[in-house]
Ligand binder design. Structure first.
Ligand code: FES
Length: 142
């Protein structure tokens, strides 16, 4: 039911871990399945993503999509990263079963949340970027 690429990124996830002093970090969750994804970005002065790491407490597809999403954003500008949709992540993984589409959405949302954090820290406005729906970070601390 899973593509070879999904299995590869699940078994050998790329970019697992955290970044010290990240330019932006975003944590998102899905209330239904309870899975949580956190993405760290290191962005240079030219707005290019130099490094991306993730930590995912979730299903195999969430691990595979975070792994692929972090691979896709590396080397991209902030604006290019914003254009990486969950569909693009799924396509890069050669698809996901319908019940797992929401896992890829988590990856898109985590990238956006990390970009939002970066924009806030630097007083920037990134055109087209919306504020994350909820700040799961606060919930996790409760
Ligand atoms: Fe919810 Fe995969 S089952 S993120």
């Amino acid at each position: 039911m899973y593509s070879e690429k999904v299995m590869d990124h699940f078994n050998n996830p790329r970019n697992v871990g955290e970044l010290e002093n990240p330019s932006g970090v975003g944590t998102v969750g899905n209330a239904k399945c309870g899975d949580i994804m956190r993405i760290y970005l290191d962005i240079d002065d030219n707005g290019v993503i130099q490094e991306a790491k993730f930590k995912t407490f979730g299903c195999g597809a969430a691990v595979a999509t975070s792994s692929m999403a972090t691979e896709l954003v590396k080397g991209k500008t902030v604006c290019q990263a914003l254009e990486i949709t969950n569909k693009a992540v799924m396509e890069a993984l050669d698809g996901l079963p319908p019940a797992k589409v929401h896992c890829s959405l988590l990856a898109e949302e985590a990238i956006h949340a990390a970009l939002w954090d970066y924009a806030e820290k630097n007083n920037l406005t990134i055109e087209g970027l919306k504020k994350p729906v909820e700040d799961i970070e606060e919930k996790l601390e409760d």
